[in-house]
Design a binder for this molecule. Structure first.
Ligand SMILES: N[C@@H](CCC(=O)N[C@@H](CS)C(=O)NCC(=O)O)C(=O)O
Length: 338
């Protein structure tokens, strides 16, 4: 499977959030392709892949799907075992109806309260149209939970919840008044592991360091561990690779080639004896840090000498990197806070 989700930054992109949550909830392996508004190639980068010039957009090999609701349906079909729609036909029909309503409606709430996960402040004045949208959301939540038993809209987490997730973030960010039942739903959603992961990754961007936490996400490629859990316990060895991409590498085709090479190397590295984990982040300015963890110096030396890795190193030097530094360090102690 070769899934690629094109998206904007997590703090602001409400439409991108929906399919991303579904992919993560389904345990899918996929590549996030971020389009950063700060980058000069931003517009042409999106236009190159999207017929509408908008994100999200999902690519699955030669299949391209745009429009978040269509992407959600595609993901639900791709991962039937994830049960992203309820089994009960009436619950499914209701979930589809409210999802479509969300996709085409609640325009005043969307316009007047743009998604901004970092915000925590009410509007100075909430106009009647926005109030009506909040009241409609309240009514949907109350009806769904009463009819299908909660804690989510139609029982367990489904496409409908992903569609409403950005509304949930607006209730939190703008401190809108909602009923106790809707408040409970908002809390359930905020605590949902996929939603929480989105918030955590958005917080890294909100600090002004737009970073792609690991260019490849997903359980297979990263050996079943999420980025936050990839750092192994001490003692172990770390290879710290700091690199500055060449300005040419920011051209979309060149960057796609580089990303594919980096993903192949991450995949190959994890199959080597002594491999323990990897964490990687790259900013919009092309500066990145990748730390790979190993159980011995011998394992690091063997990986350095690996044939395909040597070819990749040569290509990195001649084409992709303006500069890089490698440091090998022994990890003596680790401490963790989540
Ligand atoms: N109806 C589309 C809406 C997509 C959308 O508006 N995406 C925003 C980002 S959250 C976008 O790409 N905006 C760029 C633009 O309008 O130029 C969907 O459901 O996917």
């Amino acid at each position: 499977m070769d899934l690629e989700l094109h998206m904007f930054q997590k703090n602001y992109s409400s439409w991108s959030m929906r399919p991303w949550l579904l992919l993560v909830a389904a345990g899918a392996t996929f590549r996030e392709v971020m389009h950063w508004p700060q980058e000069a190639t931003f517009r042409e980068g999106i236009r190159a892949v999207s017929p509408t010039g908008k994100v999200p957009l999902l690519r699955d090999g030669n299949v391209t799907v745009w429009e978040s609701l269509a992407i959600a349906e595609y993901i639900a079909e791709l991962f039937p075992e994830a049960g992203l729609w309820p089994e009960d036909r009436a619950a499914r029909a209701w979930g589809r109806a409210v999802s479509a309503e969300m996709h085409s409606g609640l325009a005043d709430l969307r316009r007047n309260c743009p998604m901004n996960l970092a915000r925590r402040a009410p509007l100075p004045h909430v106009d009647p149209a926005t109030r009506r949208d909040v009241a409609r959301f309240d009514a949907i939540v109350t009806e769904g939970r009463a009819r299908f038993g909660g804690p989510y809209l139609s029982g367990k987490f489904s496409v409908a919840d992903a569609m409403f997730a950005p509304v949930v973030t607006r209730i939190i960010s703008y401190e809108h008044d909602v009923s106790p039942d809707t408040r409970a739903y908002v809390e359930t959603m905020r605590a949902n592991p996929s939603v929480d992961r989105w918030y955590r990754e958005a917080a890294v961007e909100a600090e002004g360091r737009p970073a792609q936490i690991s260019p490849v996400t997903g359980p297979e490629v990263l050996r079943g561990v999420r980025p936050a859990e990839q750092v192994p316990d001490a003692p172990c060895w770390a290879v710290i690779f700091e690199s500055q991409l060449d300005p040419d590498t920011s051209r979309p085709e060149e960057r796609a080639e580089y990303d594919a090479l980096a993903a192949r190397m991450a995949e190959l590295a994890q199959k080597q004896p002594g491999w323990l984990g990897i964490r990687s982040a790259r900013g919009a300015d092309g500066f990145g840090i990748t730390v790979s963890y190993w159980d011995s110096m011998d394992a690091i030396a063997a990986w350095r000498a690996h044939g395909q890795h040597r070819e990749a190193q040569a290509m990195g030097k001649s084409r992709f990197y303006a500069s890089y530094d490698v440091r090998v360090a022994r990890v003596e102690r680790t401490r963790t806070h989540r």
